[in-house]
Structures are given as structure tokens and as C-alpha cells.
Design a protein around this ligand. Sequence first.
Ligand SMILES: [Cu+2]
Length: 386
Amino acid sequence: MTGHTVKLSLCIVALLLCPAIASTQTMTNMASKTGGATPQISPGRTHTTWDYVPGGVDVITGQPFKSFGSFQVAGKHVDRPVPTTYLKTLYREYTNATFKTLKPRTSEWEHLGFLGPLIRAEVGDTIQVIFRNNSKRPYSMHPHGVFYNKDSEGAPYEDGTSGADKADDGVPPGGTHKYTWQVRERAGPASGDVNSVLWMYHSHVDEHRDPNTGLVGPMIIAARGQAKPDGTPQGMDREFVVMFVQDHEEDSWHAEENLPANMATEPALLVLMTPFSATGTYPYFVTFSLNGYEHGTMPLRALTMHKGEHVRWYVFAGTNDFDAHSPHWHGNTVVINQMRTDVTSLAPMQMVTADMVPDDVGIWLFHCHISFHSAGGMVGRYAVTP
Ligand SMILES: [Cu+2]
């Protein structure tokens, strides 16, 4: 597909913010209720509800998950139950630019969770994204890695441009913008890389609050001539994209709707890891997840592979202060930059590609090795079948 314009799944990638669909589970339910039809947009809905612990069970321990927050009430430390659901604004893909029909996420990408749709291209392609903003605030799409002119950067700042070159900076509510990104050699693998690399896109109208609201998505670029007809890189049987992300829900644009109204008089306190901890971690509304899934709730069926397959993991980190992470695979090893390991490190927004040929069958832990991140929920599982 080298030299082609990538639209949709190699056709127009039509994205619309804030569908009426809540979570992956709800999407499945709605589809089954309507006889398998693709869920339609409900007018008037401008955000989505995301549950960080869908099902309400800590899958790692097998026990019901009890979410609590610590508050200062009349000078005393009080623990109270708190929800695991938050309003989020997410990128979602539609079948075409009429934005009437959501494009269903295929089963192998179910694990993407609250991330936006995967955009794929090969060096030599051009990516076009028709972006419609159905939310109540201006948002944008700012890509990493690919080449863009000033009308497709998706970030407002004093850059000496004006007019049409500013239309991408923040697409207003109800507005539409076409982003055009060239996939040049510099966006593809370098000589030391494997034959595909991970990039990302995110809203950059407010570089802090937009990602914390949920506006981040992945992009995979294959080397020239290295993409199979379905866009996947040659030689790979399976790919996974996992964002290790610390979300500050207090900095989301939905913070006022998500957090208690009396926070000024009853402030949330840092959560202690043990009763003897010298210091706390974060208030309860700072979440530590894998693609929005905490405490092992990322669907295992979507993170399952066969022994001996060539598996490529793309891992990246969020944009907050403690978004430095140490992804660790139990049971199997990976090769990163031609070096063997089972732990890697991510600085905020850093992207790493790790190849695995699993030889150890079983259900295995996959987690951040920073202990308070893992305790806070940044833990999942993957499975290797014979
Ligand atoms: Cu971490």
C-alpha cells in the first residue's frame, strides 16, 4: 500500500468524540440487543462513562473490589466508598464521514479500552483523518512522528501562522477538520528498529487537561514494503498496544461532574498503602491503569496468544508526573532494541516496541513494577495457550 492515502481502515479514518456508547461491555450489550446491528449515536449525549474496574471484581485476587477514598472530615481521617466510574471524552471511529455508524472494534483490539482507534500506515502513505468534535469543548488531534503542515499539527500556540493554518489548533464543538499526515521515512523504523514502530495522537488544545479527559490513541507505522494487506507488519502473528497511564481525574474537563461537590470543605487525602506507610500515594481519583483497565480487568481473551507465535507488544506511558513506568511480563521474555529483558522502562509519553515469542504456556501477570502503581491497579494478565 506504499504511496497510497490511508483512509478509514486504510480508508478515511472518521473519528467522532463522545459517542453514546459507554464501555466496551455496554457496546457489546447494545449490539446484541439490536440483533447485532452497530450501535447508533444517541443525540444529545456528549460524553461517555468509563468504569476502571468493570465487573466490580479485582481479577488478580478474585475478590470483590471495594473502592474507597480517604477524606478529611472535621479534622478526622475518614474512608468512604467511592465509584470507579468517571465521565470521559474519547476518540471513536465511525464507518464513514456521515458519523452515523460506529465502526465496531474488532475482538483482537478489545484490549484498547478507553484509547482511541488504532491508526495504521506504511512508510510512503498519507493519513487523512476526518475529525468531528461532538463534545462541548474544543479539542484537536496532535500526532507524533508523522509529517504535518501547520494546518494538521493540532496544537494552538504562537507559531506565526494564521487563517486556515489555525483551523486544526482546536476544533470547536460541532466542528469538523481534516488532518493530513504524511508518513515519511522518518516516521518509520530506523536501522536498529524492528519493522514497525508505535506513535500516538492526542488532543493538544490543553496539553494537560485533554489527555486526562481521555483523548489519546495509538498509531502503528510499518516500514516501506513491510505491511501485509491487512496493514499488520510482516512476520508478526499478533500485536498488542498497552498504555501504562496515570490519569488525574481531578484535572479532567469532567472533574466538576466526577468529583464530590464538597471537596473544598472535605478534601480528599492521600491513600496510604499500609496503615504504617510513612506517606500516601495519591487521592483516590488519580487512577493507575492499563488502557483504562485496573486490577486485572483488561479482558484476558483479548490478550491471549499461542505458544511460539511472533508477538509484538507496543507499550507507552501517559503524560503526568508519575507516568514513569516499568512494564514487566511474567512467564516470558521480550527483545527490545535487540536486547533481552522482561522489564522495560517508560518515561512520560515514551513509546517502546517489544517482541516476544512465548514458550511458557499459562496465564501470566503483566504489570508495572513500581509497587504503588501496581497496588493502585496498574496490573493485568496475558495468556499463552499451547
Ligand atoms: Cu507505573
